[in-house]
Design a protein around this ligand. Structure first.
Ligand code: SF4
Ligand code: SF4
Length: 329
């Protein structure tokens, strides 16, 4: 039975919708998601749960959490009330329009104990957000007492070289820095190839025969990684390395049974081979001859169950993860 003892390194997903639809987004966020935000009541429950289980602070992410600042503020207030610290709020900077409005938002964040923004700075986000907007937000932060860390600053010079007035997609990036610059982003960014990132980078990955994948794959211990996990606006626990899989947050420590979580628990207890057997026997899944590793096979099975078979399983949540993996869908 899957269950965790002690939690740390939690991210709170306040909303899945986003102004961007980045090619590397493991959460498959995009403007296509419903405009739903975490409620204050759920946030309070989640923060109390985290405190009970040894987690004293969180970071806030999405989706773009500052798309609707007024919907984020109650979550921050719940954190203050329950004694949970906010390490930082992640943002893509797209909401920054004028220095005056941004100053107001930053002041409101500081009043709610937020003192640091993580601002995205990389070629994926640059496909949607002009670099000038990112730099202008950083300047506003400095002027308004908000600390910043840019993720990743190592891309700064290349972003400048691309030009900062308009967005530039990965094709433009490759034409300026060479074809290998795209596949090189996997290592430079330290990408976990899940969700949309897997779709984007699959053409660059080695295809492995199915038998070899099954021979080498044991139980997925990755599901029990309790560092840098996420809790979302539906009260779901999402493991660090396996987006698109989840259990209700209370079951993450209480225990997740195969009878309740047929996909998640099989992967945890037996690994991809056990899930494949189940998908074949119960749902008629037919695997390909090769995949780009066990997680690619896992993704193919889960996508088949969620979309081709239309199953709304409790551990394949949020369903939008599968619906919106393609940035255009
Ligand atoms: S990675 Fe891109 S699409 Fe995903 S949440 Fe961040 S800004 Fe939005
Ligand atoms: S096979 Fe599935 S459960 Fe296992 S590590 Fe990969 S994505 Fe996670």
């Amino acid at each position: 039975m899957f269950s965790l003892n002690r939690l740390h390194g939690c991210g709170i997903i306040t909303n899945y919708d986003c102004s961007a639809a980045c090619a590397h987004c493991a959460y498959c966020s995009s403007p296509k998601w419903p405009r739903e935000n975490m409620t204050r009541e759920l946030a309070t429950d989640l923060f109390r749960f985290l405190k009970r289980n040894g987690c004293a602070s969180v970071h806030i992410g999405g989706g773009e959490p500052l798309l609707r600042p007024d919907k984020l503020f109650p979550v921050l207030e719940a954190a203050v009330e329950t004694g949970i610290g906010i390490d930082y709020v992640e943002t893509n900077a797209a909401w920054h329009k004028t220095p005056e409005r941004t100053a107001t938002v930053l002041r409101s964040l500081r009043e709610r104990s937020v003192d640091t923004l993580l601002i995205s700075m990389d070629p994926f986000h640059n496909a949607f957000i002009p670099f000038r907007q990112v730099k202008d937000l950083m300047r506003s932060c400095h002027e308004n007492g908000m600390q910043v860390f840019a993720w990743k600053e190592a891309f700064f010079d290349e972003m400048e070289a691309m030009g900062d007035e308009v967005p530039h997609d990965l094709t433009e990036w490759a034409s300026l820095f060479g074809g290998g610059s795209i596949s090189g982003l996997i290592r430079r960014y330290g990408l976990g190839l899940k969700g949309r990132a897997l779709e984007t980078f699959r053409p660059y990955l080695v295809q492995v025969p199915l038998e070899d994948i099954l021979r080498d794959a044991g139980p997925c211990t990755e599901l029990a990684g309790a560092y840098h996990f996420h809790l979302d606006l539906h009260g779901q626990f999402i493991p660090q390395s396996c987006q698109g899989l989840s259990v209700h947050y209370q079951d993450a420590v209480r225990g997740a049974l195969v009878s309740e979580y047929p996909v998640f628990a099989r992967l945890h207890e037996g690994g991809i081979g056990l899930l494949l057997d189940h998908a074949r026997e119960t749902y008629g899944f037919v695997p390909d001859a090769k995949y780009a590793g066990k997680c690619d096979l896992c993704w193919a099975i889960r996508r088949y169950l969620a979309l081709d078979r239309g199953l709304d399983l409790p551990d394949l949540q949020p369903h939008g993860h599968y619906l919106h993996v393609d940035s255009k869908s």
